[in-house]
Design a protein around this ligand. Sequence first.
Ligand code: F3S
Length: 645
Amino acid sequence: MGLTLAQKIIKSHLVSGTMAVGSEIGLKIDQTLTQDATGTMAYIEFEAMGVPRVRTERSVAYVDHNTLQTGFENADDHRFIQSAAKKHGIYYSRPGNGICHQVHLERFGIPGKTLIGSDSHTPTGGGIGMLAIGAGGLDVAVAMGGGPYYITMPKILRVVLSGSLSPWVSAKDVILEVLRRLSVKGGVGKILEYAGNGVKTLTVPERATITNMGAELGATTSVFPSDEATLDFLKAQGREQDWTELHPDPDAVYDETIEIDLSSIEPLAACPHSPDSVKPVREIGPITVDQVCIGSCTNSSLRDMMRVASILKGKTINPNVSLSIAPGSRQVYGMLAENGALADLIGAGARILECACGPCIGMGQSPKSAGISLRTFNRNFLGRSGTADAQIYLVGPETAAASALSGVLTDPRTLGEEPAINFPDCFEINDNMIIPPASEEEAKDIPILRGPNIKELPVAGPLSETIKAKTLLKVGDNITTDHIMPAGSKILPYRSNIPYLSQFCFAVCDKSFAQRCRENGSGIIVGGSNYGQGSSREHAALVPLYLGVKAVIVKSFARIHCANLVNAGILPLVFEKEKDYDTIDQMDELELNDVRGAVQDGRTITICNRTKGTFFQAKPVLSERQRRIVLAGGLLNDTREQNGR
Ligand code: F3S
């Protein structure tokens, strides 16, 4: 039986397990990436493992999230990452060089290789034919140390694309269409593998927009074949030698298939407050827009920027709209400057931001109170913009630019004929903002530069035999990592300072949660379905650990967050019967006995609700390896035990 493309890459990197859907597999990791908001912690963890140099083919540390420097904290973190990168054999992409996924695609991505990154949009690399997966910082640290990365062997969902996109419709609309059909849970436990004749009509940056937002489906990753278009992209990057042709076997068998006729897609928007709340722009109607933000790792390629410039050229944005534009990389920015498109953007009244995540992570450009913001980004969860009551719509660059001109949500097809854009055939590559690591010899004398913002990592103790604690928080379905550990310019500078961060844990749901934790010393969280969806931030596990959370009992977990809980040493449990969720109230005292034995054997645990005098059952849905990690009190303890340290 033939293999799908994803299965081929998995097979060539398999170090443990068998490729049966649902079983745990270990993968050799060729490349890693970190961004600064998660990277600081990943390098603290890498140091704690005691491995002197990375053992991957390529590891890159990007600084793209916390680039505002209103205090010493971010600058100190950047300096720490730069020194750690130099010492440990990691390339360092300086602030201003661009968003990790865009730069990685341009300068480091290689078809057929495996990549894990401490950022949930690492699957962007699937646009160039990589098996690219978002992971927690500790998983990345372990992979940098040469350890495998473990996932549950996913199902393969083939997305057959036919036809080609109509004028004014872009790759963003394709992935919004997939989200509309499958929902934010539709990719869980799956790899989306794109196939069909429509694939060849899409360039690598367009494919990367689609694989990027596969993260919003909850998918393990998404992948496109590596073909002539991939070769063209790599040639333009001066990296032709990195190309390999990659396709699925003709007789490959897929677990599921959906078909999308590209020519049938129209401009779409994800309405507040979920990326799968998708409607055609024409149906939503001309709502007044206060702000338009163009950029992020989803839509900041040269193609996207040029398309926007072609729409804005010679015009002026609506007086009631603030338009900000952040090119995805310095390469893109430089090319816009050279070909004159930057002048068109500036001339129309756009506020040009640095090449970084910026407003996507709440670093500036928060909308006005109750404002309506159109964004070409990938997430519109409540509060992520930095304005609690803002309404965020996710759209493609064409809709964003058309709406910035009119001041109302506008279907770009109403603008008439789509202007042609001319892409440069070649351009000068300049990697002077990427600092290579020191040689092994030089590295010995390089100090790690640690400012006062770098605090100690919380580490759990071995799992207790009995957990007796109050339900310090009960939350509903679809809790995101933004709910658990919010982002934003006021909080992000403290990503290496867990004690400070702890006061914000769950603050968007319940302002007194952190205080309750401090008063009680330990606690349990009860949640609904898809708990922990969203970003890969391991702080959403590390901060609850610091606050004394011992277990999280939910109807279902999002993949990366569950792995992060395990890695942190918090026991993740899933209700045996979902209706038992309704029997628990916040502050009920729960008692779990024989916990170690149950985890060891993968047994269901009978939990006593001491407040109600009732019992219910929950189970640790863990692989054998994860059971070992939970018993040890987290991945760091386990890695040390495995290494005999
Ligand atoms: Fe950055 Fe937003 Fe992407 S925070 S990595 S641009 S999802």
